[in-house]
Design a protein around this ligand. Structure first.
Ligand SMILES: Nc1ncnc2c1ncn2[C@@H]1O[C@H](COP(=O)(O)OP(=O)(O)OP(=O)(O)O)[C@@H](O)[C@H]1O
Length: 236
């Protein structure tokens, strides 16, 4: 089943075609990685999907419904969560209160927060001040805030950036535990993480989709090798 389908998405900034007619299909329950060189349009594309910015052309269907014109908060209500950068956590508040703020109008807030923290293993840190957590734990908190909403689609923008190797192993296990209930779209520069986690990969280059397929298909694609992978598993 297709969960999300984007067709002909276009977003220019001034003269720059950041996203230039991109099609993207996300299957329900998959881990889909979005890769490509710096400036390829990855963040712009997921901003279009989450509703942070609006496309100049194209449309987006989510669970069969046209959401192209919906504002971000309506898309969140429909089950699209986009984990914000670390700056979006409230450093002076506790871990618990950060998650509570993400949930806001949940009926049984303490229980919902507890469940979200248990999911990512942060229960023991619930009373800690968020700003005093290690970097890895702050990233995990950000992920917890997204997951607390029980999204159907979770969009992660460079989640392993700045993480230590031992944290990356934990992160991969966590993402695997989310599917198939949650579909995951992951912008990721770490090729080892991409090749290990992704069911399918879409490669962007100059605002266009260069290829989409399984890791093996993408790896074997000559255009992708020339533009990005350098013929090997080289990191971007
Ligand atoms: N708000 C904006 N105003 C002007 N130009 C923008 C804006 N956002 C993105 N761009 C431009 O659009 C292009 C695509 O940027 P985008 O951030 O989507 O790429 P990316 O693939 O996410 O890059 P990176 O891997 O470096 O995060 C770039 O040329 C960028 O400079």
């Amino acid at each position: 089943m297709t969960l999300l389908e984007a067709r002909g998405l276009q977003r220019h900034f001034g003269g720059i075609p950041a996203v230039d007619g991109v099609d993207l299909t996300l299957r329900a329950g998959e881990i889909h990685a979005l890769i490509g060189p710096n400036g390829a349009g990855k963040t712009t594309l997921v901003s279009l999907l989450s509703g942070r910015i609006t496309p100049q052309a194209g449309r987006i269907l989510f669970a069969g419904e046209d959401i192209t014109a919906l504002p971000a908060h309506r898309r969140v209500a429909k089950g699209i969560a986009y984990t914000f950068q670390i700056t979006s956590i409230y450093p002076r508040l506790t871990v618990f209160d950060n998650v509570a703020l993400a949930l806001r109008d949940s009926r049984d807030l303490p229980r919902a927060v507890g469940a979200a923290l248990a999911r990512t293993g942060l229960q023991a840190l619930a009373g800690e001040t968020a700003g005093e957590l290690s970097y890895g734990h702050q990233r995990l908190l950000e992920l917890t805030m997204g997951l607390a909403l029980k999204p159907r689609l979770l969009i992660l923008d460079e989640p392993t950036q700045g993480l230590a190797n031992e944290d990356i192993a934990g992160f991969k296990a966590l993402v695997r535990s989310l599917v198939p209930e949650t579909t995951v779209l992951l912008i990721e520069h770490n090729m080892e993480v991409v090749m290990d986690l992704a069911d399918r990969i879409t490669v962007l280059n100059f605002g266009r989709s260069l290829a989409s397929g399984t890791p093996a298909e993408v790896r074997a694609n000559a255009d992708v090798q020339a533009a990005y992978l350098g013929g090997d598993d080289a990191e971007a």
